[in-house]
Write a protein that binds this ligand. Sequence first.
Ligand code: ARG
Length: 462
Amino acid sequence: NDVKLWGGRFADGPAAALEKLSASVHFDWRLAPYDIAGSRAHARVLHRAGLLTDDELERMLAGLDRLAADVADGSFTGTIADEDVHTALERGLLERLGPDLGGKLRAGRSRNDQVATLFRMYLRDHARIIGALIADLQEALVGLAEAHPEVAMPGRTHLQHAQPVLFAHHVLAHFQALSRDAQRLRQWDERTAVSPYGSGALAGSSLGLDPQAVAADLGFEGGSVANSIDGTASRDFVAEFAFITAMIGVDLSRIAEEIIIWNTKEFSFVTLHDAFSTGSSIMPQKKNPDIAELARGKSGRLIGNLTGLLATLKALPLAYNRDLQEDKEPVFDSCDQLEILLPAFTGMLATLTVHRERMEELAPAGFSLATDIAEWLVKQGVPFREAHESAGECVKVCEAAGIELDELTDEQFAKISPRLTPQVRTVLNVPGALAARDARGGTAPSAVAVQLAEAKADLTVQ
Ligand code: ARG
């Protein structure tokens, strides 16, 4: 005899095809520990409302403990006939306590408020796990910046040489993006720390149960939801979580793309550690940046999880609709993928070899100091429009002659503009160009040292 939660009004059991379609137990089983925690809290409010005696509460909690242990060691699992984790655990409780006591726990709650609550609990735990993994990655970035404090590299826009920057400055830019992701997780958590338990199917309960007590019991700092319809029907907390994890994926993909480029023969800026790269089954010489490529690829999957979920939520009428069962797999997947990806990604960065000579050789190439000529002229009182023009002329002459800016002769400079005295050479070197940009956020070693110190302080509060 199947334990169905709605047997009373049905003459026939469900068709096998329906059962197969309806089942979520194979993916929502991971909510089991949270469901049992919810049941403990619910038993306590039933007791407080006078619906369980002291003795019944004690036996109920003991039964839930036994069930939790059996779930933990795998001796109790859900089956497809159970449909979902909530029904499976109800069966487990009935098997352990008998129908008289086991059948009392369902009063005043619905799978609708249960699942909305447990899902929040699960995601809050994983937000913390992912936050800690991001902090590890940020630490690896700080390590890279700290190990190479004064290495110059070509800063790029449009992937073209733009202006020289410090490698540490570049690395710490990625740190900032990840800091905002970590902050998003913390702010999301604050918004999500509100419990829907007690909302029932949608309208609340007539049994005198206290939703605030359940919320406090389950660690929801924000108390219980203000509106039971919203509590059971809203999933913006899921969509926002999916956005944050997609954003993390996108931020990783931007680091990944650079690692892939830097690791090419043509760039030769970095070498990946053997333990964090892969070989080719046919080409013996190959050493591939697969971790970075998987990060790039998985970012697409994380974006897909977000967009799929939003499409599911679009135009759903209030309150609960079964469509909402489709809310879990995408974000469970987003958690799983990031929790697999981040440790490998961090390892790849923490073991990276940086080729200083190569970066510094290319830092001034491609006329990346042309802006410095223009700004030097501005400091001599030349309007920027004219300064830009003269510096551009220098580039044109160099390009035609196949030389770099510092190879122009005094005569060539003077011919381009009488304001271009030999003094201009003082800014035609990378260390000078870097050091000159010493305002907050800039690329001067002194400014980057401040960024590094702030990054380390940021990590300690996270
Ligand atoms: N398994 C469902 C879900 O994940 C919860 C059950 C609610 N089912 C229902 N018929 N009201 O959304």
